[in-house]
Design a protein around this ligand. Structure first.
Ligand code: FAD
Ligand code: NAI
Length: 486
């Protein structure tokens, strides 16, 4: 007899593990199946985010920023630092330790919450309609265990999009996993794609001394950001020594040689160019992962781009099967995946308690975006270009970090905060930031938008002085043309 669960979650990334924990908190008997193995061949929970995404990339960004500050910036504070050196293997080992601690932490959370954890590939087999149960195979090391569950949450995440011209070997041509595991700083680093990964990974290795060239197909970069923020970022990055971003290019050929990689490409004005680098990162987006899931066999419908098709509450076309996170439409962000995981767990619990199929859907308009470059970039809500396209009348307040006392004291004065509010109602429609620690400042904007605040509501809040948060306050005051310190 196979074991029977209320809920089987396939995938233990931030979508799946959070969904499983929330199910257990709500009294549901949950199992979480995950196939991830780390570089040592050991099962490792946490998916892309913990193993080769959010956490390791931020660990390396932090280390490389510290090195960069000491080498290039602390002299302005009167500090002399001689013989500054970076031990790349030690930096990578620190990152690996953080990852191991966190992935092991999920195993402990599963134990504490009584979520059963199974290692292996989860495969949707079929449905026993009479028993109202799905049968799921868990394949591991050549053997299959079959379990049954009333509800299934698919949270199988995403994988890097590949370039047909070349293959990833993670020695010379790297994806995100390879880019996070280099043990020495390449002299010349190429990156294809000036998206979030390209900019973050390019930043890490540039700060450590690599000459970084980023090749981007689109005529501009950061197309999802507010145009003014993207323009400011472009101007700042253009002045960074050791960083070149070329937009509007077209890749023609990629070859590995005895001492690196060559990339033949055409520039935006159609000149044939050659880039020679020691390592090349390919970061041209990610695609939903439904490999080996058995979606086709059971009739689980995917959309034209390969995402599992779901409604606003993450229900698929099949009864009691839900899907969350990167494998479904919407932003590919860890916090979006977790939010959907929680919403689905609560929906299932509600249904099991005899409730109607109501439930919350995640509001993508108040999902924050953060890009951890220096300066950081963060936003929530709509951009000016989106509001113009939708013909929504709006007003804008903006304030620069250079006019803020704390930013001056820190020596981090680039960038600004922009608050966009509805012309008539003053309700905040979007907040866009580029500057120091905006990854933290954006949370106040998210809270304001979650509670439908107006710019004047924010203007009424007392902000500590001196603090970077005053820049947000002044930008909100600026919507009504009453910023005080400019
Ligand atoms: P995943 O995290 O991809 O997890 C899916 C899991 O399912 C994996 O463990 C996989 O092995 C497993 N799986 C797949 N198929 C099966 C199967 N059939 N059976 C069993 N297991 C299976 N987002 C942020 O919000 N902030 C960041 O700073 C950030 N930084 C990032 C940096 C990098 C370099 C990358 C690549 C991504 C980053 N992201 C970031 C994006 C974030 O990692 C993803 O949005 C998030 O991990 C998606 O979560 P998920 O649970 O949907 O999928
Ligand atoms: P991306 O979608 O952010 O950027 C990919 C870039 O590659 C785009 O600018 C695109 O125009 C370009 N591109 C595509 N094909 C190309 C080609 N043939 N030649 C040259 N350029 C090409 O994707 P990325 O950077 O791979 O990241 C994937 C996702 O992971 C992000 O969209 C984001 O959702 C998530 N992520 C989030 C982070 C965060 O929240 N801080 C950090 C890293 C990743």
């Amino acid at each position: 007899m196979s074991e029977v669960f209320d809920v089987a979650v396939i995938g233990a990334g931030p979508g799946g593990y959070v969904a499983a924990i929330r199910c257990a908190q709500l009294g549901l008997n949950a199992v979480c199946i995950d196939e991830w193995k780390n570089s040592k061949g050991k099962a490792s929970l946490g998916g892309t985010c913990l193993n080769v995404g959010c956490i390791p990339s931020k660990a390396l960004l932090e280390s490389s920023e510290n090195y960069f500050q000491i080498k290039h910036k602390v002299s302005a504070h009167g500090i002399t630092a001689e013989h500054v050196a970076i031990d790349v293997p030690a930096m990578v080992a620190r990152k690996d330790k953080i990852v191991t601690t966190f992935t092991a932490g999920i195993a402990s959370l599963f134990k504490k919450n009584k979520v059963k954890s199974m290692h292996g590939r989860g495969i949707l087999l079929d449905r026993d309609d009479a028993a109202d149960l799905w049968r799921i195979g868990v394949d591991n090391a050549g053997s299959r265990e079959v379990i049954q569950a009333k509800h299934v949450i698919v949270a199988t995440g995403s994988v890097p999009r590949t370039l047909p011209l070349t293959a990833i070997d993670n020695t010379l041509i790297l994806d995100n996993a390879g880019a996070l595991a280099l043990t020495e700083t390449p002299k010349r680093l190429g990156v294809i794609g000036a998206g979030v990964i390209g900019l973050e990974m390019g930043s890490v290795w540039r700060r450590l001394g690599a000459e970084v060239t980023i090749l981007e197909a689109m005529p501009d970069f950061l197309m999802a950001a507010d145009e003014q923020v993207a323009k400011e970022a472009k101007n700042i990055f253009a002045k960074e020594p050791g960083l070149q971003i070329q937009t509007g290019i077209s890749i023609q050929a990629i070859k590995t040689t005895s001492d690196g990689v060559t990339v033949n490409y055409t520039s935006s004005d159609n000149q044939a160019l050659l880039l020679e680098v020691d390592k090349l990162i390919i970061a041209i987006g990610r695609v939903p992962n439904t490999i080996g899931l058995g979606a086709e066999a059971i009739g689980l419908v995917l959309d034209e781009r390969g995402f599992i098709k779901v409604d606003s509450q993450c229900r698929t076309n099949l009864p009691n099967i839900y899907a969350v996170g990167d494998v479904v439409r919407g932003p590919m962000l860890a916090h979006k995946a977790s939010e959907e995981g929680v919403a689905v767990a609560e929906l299932i619990s509600h249904i099991e308690k005899g409730g109607a199929c109501a439930g919350e859907s995640v509001d993508f308009n108040i999902i924050p975006w953060v890009i951890y470059t220096a300066p950081e970039i963060a936003w929530v809500g709509q951009t000016e270009q989106e509001l113009k396209a939708a013909e929504i009348a709006y007003k804008v307040g903006q304030f620069p970090f250079i006019a803020n006392g704390r930013a001056r004291a820190m020596g981090e004065t680039t960038g600004f905060v922009k608050v966009i509010a509805d012309e008539k109602t003053d309700r905040v429609l979007g907040v866009h930031m580029i500057g120091p620690h905006v990854s933290e400042l954006i949370s106040e904007a998210v809270m304001a938008m979650k509670f439908s605040a107006s710019s004047q509501d924010i203007a009424c809040i007392v902000h500590a002085h001196p603090s970077l948060a005053e820049v947000f306050h002044e930008a909100a005051l600026g919507v009504d043309k009453r910023a005080l310190h400019i």
